[in-house]
Write a protein that binds this ligand. Structure first.
Ligand code: FAD
Length: 413
């Protein structure tokens, strides 16, 4: 990043600083818990929701608690990408940041990487931990606007936007855009539209690619594809989540969330694929679906903020704008979003790295911004490759019985 010619420009974050974190979803909460225990920071956490109500079951990646480079690279799809993208010192630095995580928080992370957990249980646990520690965090329950966020900054404050996919400040990080040019700072790919279907099943049930194939053999068009490792036994109860690829027209015609009966009456062909699959699970394991199905329709988008920090303001923005004297960072879904159930882990990992950078008091601000930009870019490369690979594999899977269609999707050279 080029030098700024302004001799009054902020060089490092002040020794006792204020950190504003807007958005107390999982990533904002993790950042708060990480910075709360660091000497000298006062954290102000802003959240518009009064309650944590999102009950969907989520899974965190085991690499989040890896304690060696080898264990960090165990994932069959992105193990190689990790080695290709990150230099060994970068991996070591990430592991060192991780080892400095306080034991109370690390215990929670360890637990969540073992299986599935409701999203609001993750949110509540971190939130309770922050409150139980009892110091260093001031909470504000409010909808923060971009203008509020800019106005509350004093020189040297740090501002972190963890407001999720509809980020509050993403488009404000480009000087001159003033947030009015929606998407000015976003690169986005829409991979597909999907129904995400979750249900509880009263028997242990596991799935692999063979099982997915044979249970879909009569499903010519729509196919129900449960995630591998996305079934979790809680006693004899399995939590199952699967995806059905739908068209843009289906997506437009569907409500945003519904139950099994409304899918069956409104979209019988889509429902049949799911029901056939479930019937085969039942034949195999003699269990029953417990309660109703939860169904949401979502576009599966892969996106990133082209700038994940305010460094453009530091380089060339007007000097009197607060972003020129207070660093701003995007974290979690604000910065990078990915489909196929990977985003919390990605957001958590970037949060750990960001907290590690912020606590290095002698680190030059310019370097801090550059490091975070480079790190989020590398994480983006990693998740981009992984998501494209999953999507490609899904596309192949959906045409396995049609060799010509399959060959059309195989571009070997
Ligand atoms: C069906 C489904 C299943 C999923 N399963 C998984 C999974 O298994 N694993 C996984 O890793 N990910 C999964 N995800 C994705 C995951 O839920 C998100 O990546 C994650 O919630 C992002 O966390 P975040 O903290 O960045 O943002 P969010 O969770 O979106 O939190 C943002 C917070 O900011 C608050 N906020 C927003 N604007 C303002 C404002 N102006 N003022 C004050 N507060 C504000 C919001 O109220 C919210 O609390 C799934 C997503 C879906 C839709």
């Amino acid at each position: 990043m080029p030098e700024t010619s302004d001799p009054t420009a902020l060089k490092t974050i002040p020794a006792s600083g204020r950190v504003h974190i807007v958005g107390a979803g999982p990533v904002g909460l993790l950042l708060t818990a990480l910075l709360q225990s660091m000497e000298g920071f006062s954290v102000r956490l802003y959240e518009k929701r009064h309650e944590y109500t999102r009950t969907r079951m989520v899974q965190l990646a085991p690499y989040l608690v890896a304690d060696s480079v080898e264990s960090y690279r165990t994932d069959s799809i992105d193990g190689d990408s990790v080695e290709a993208i990150f230099d060994p010192p970068e991996l070591d630095q990430g592991l060192a940041f991780r080892q400095s995580i306080p034991p109370d928080l690390m215990a929670l992370l360890n637990n969540w990487t073992l299986g599935f957990c409701p999203l609001n249980a993750i949110e509540r646990s971190i939130s309770d931990l922050i409150d139980a520690r009892g110091s260093g965090v001031e909470r504000t329950a409010a909808v923060v606007t971009a203008e509020d966020a800019i106005a509350m900054l004093e020189p040297g404050d740090v501002l972190i936007d963890s407001t999720g996919s509809r980020s509050l400040l993403r488009d404000h990080l480009v000087p001159g855009s003033n947030g009015v040019n929606e998407g000015a700072n976003t690169l986005q790919f829409r991979l597909e539209y999907a129904l995400v279907i979750t249900f509880l099943y009263g028997q242990p049930y596991d799935c692999n690619e063979h099982c997915k194939y044979y249970k879909n053999i009569e499903n010519a068009h729509y196919k129900f594809i449960p995630m591998v490792h996305r079934t979790h036994h809680d006693g004899s109860v399995s939590h199952v989540t699967g995806i059905i690829n739908i068209s843009a027209e289906d997506y437009e015609a569907m409500p945003s969330r519904f139950d099994g009966e409304s899918l069956r009456s409104g979209f019988p062909k889509v429902a049949q694929s799911m029901d056939r699959f479930i019937d085969k699970i039942k034949e195999e394991t003699q269990g029953e679906v417990l309660g109703d199905l939860e169904i949401v329709r979502i576009p599966l988008d892969l996106y990133r903020a082209r700038h994940a920090t305010s460094r453009q303001w530091l380089i060339g923005g007007p000097r009197d704008h607060p972003f020129a004297s207070s660093p701003v960072f995007l974290a979690g879904d604000s910065a990078v979003g990915s489909p196929y159930f990977q985003s919390i882990s990605l957001g958590f990992e970037c949060a750990m790295y960001l907290a590690g950078l912020i606590t290095q008091r002698d680190l030059q601000l310019r370097e801090m911004l550059d490091c975070y930009e480079l790190y989020t870019y590398k994480q983006w490369l990693r998740v981009y490759m992984r998501s494209k690979m999953i999507k490609h594999n899904k596309d192949l899977f959906e045409t396995l019985d049609d060799p010509l269609a399959l060959l059309d999707k195989l571009h070997i050279y």
